[in-house]
Design a protein around this ligand. Structure first.
Ligand SMILES: CC(C)(COP(=O)(O)OP(=O)(O)OC[C@H]1O[C@@H](n2cnc3c(N)ncnc32)[C@H](O)[C@@H]1OP(=O)(O)O)[C@@H](O)C(=O)NCCC(=O)NCCS
Length: 218
């Protein structure tokens, strides 16, 4: 993840101990009493990483509660993103003077079935995946990139994006992607200068597809 983001973004990747780390009081409410152990451990690792990333920025260990919509609530002046998947968790944080919004996502690198592909990919994206170099499950890369796009979009705009609301182009050699957001979503956004395109980077390694993107301040 570190290599996918600019130097002004601090990145922390969980170590084995982080899944059994401590939550701050304000973060406890983000977990229901009934949360299963796996969810508890993922949520905890994300918060431990978030605080470690903020420490890299020179910030004190501040809670990152979960909003009612599940989005993380970063301290004033900070933007960030959290991702977890089996065996992997990372958080990114940056000062909002440097970065307008940041998103990142990690997925297991595997084939995805036709039903999920149809949900995630536009027909032209499905065709593009078939033309991209063999050896990579491109639909997973597209899926992860679209989740990253949503994590960049949502903290700014506060509205939903369907998977078909972003049309993705991938450059396999450069390890980059660009998402064009459906004009109707951009026009409907109740915010100054909503992003019409979101560009980021991806890498497939160690059994994971990882994607990340930032928007710079206006
Ligand atoms: C929110 C979502 C993107 C999370 O992705 P995921 O692969 O399921 O899970 P990840 O582990 O990568 O990310 C989970 C983290 O995302 C963060 N998150 C949740 N909702 C969020 C939101 N609205 N905005 C930004 N970050 C959010 C949280 O920190 C969460 O971890 P936590 O609950 O432990 O705090 C996904 O569940 C979702 O709702 N996707 C549908 C919308 C979408 O992706 N549209 C595509 C548009 S092109």
């Amino acid at each position: 993840m570190r290599d996918l983001l600019p130097p002004s973004v601090a990145v922390a990747v969980a170590t084995a101990d982080d899944w059994a780390g401590e939550l701050l009081a304000a973060e406890q409410a983000g977990l229901s009493e009934q949360a299963v152990q796996a969810r508890r451990r993922d949520f905890t690792a994300g918060r431990v990483c978030a605080r470690r990333a903020m420490a890299v920025l020179g910030l004190p260990p501040t809670a990152v509660p979960a909003a009612a919509d599940r989005a993380p609530v970063w301290p004033a002046g900070v933007v960030g993103s959290i991702t977890h998947t089996t065996g992997y968790c990372a958080a990114a944080a940056a000062r909002s003077t440097d970065i307008r919004s940041v998103g990142m996502d990690a997925e297991q690198h595997r084939e995805i079935n036709e039903g999920v592909r149809r949900l995630v990919l536009l027909p032209e994206e499905e065709e593009a995946c078939a033309q991209l170099p063999a050896g990579t499950s491109w639909p997973v890369v597209f899926f992860s990139a679209k989740e990253t796009v949503y994590k960049v979009w949502y903290p700014i705009v506060g509205s939903w994006l369907d998977f078909h609301d972003a049309r993705l182009e991938v450059d396999p050699d450069a390890g980059t992607f660009t998402a064009r957001i459906a004009p109707a979503r951009v026009d409907a956004a109740d915010v100054v200068d909503p992003p019409a395109t979101i560009s980021g980077r991806f890498v497939v390694a160690d059994g994971l597809a990882r994607t990340a993107a930032v928007l710079l301040p206006r």
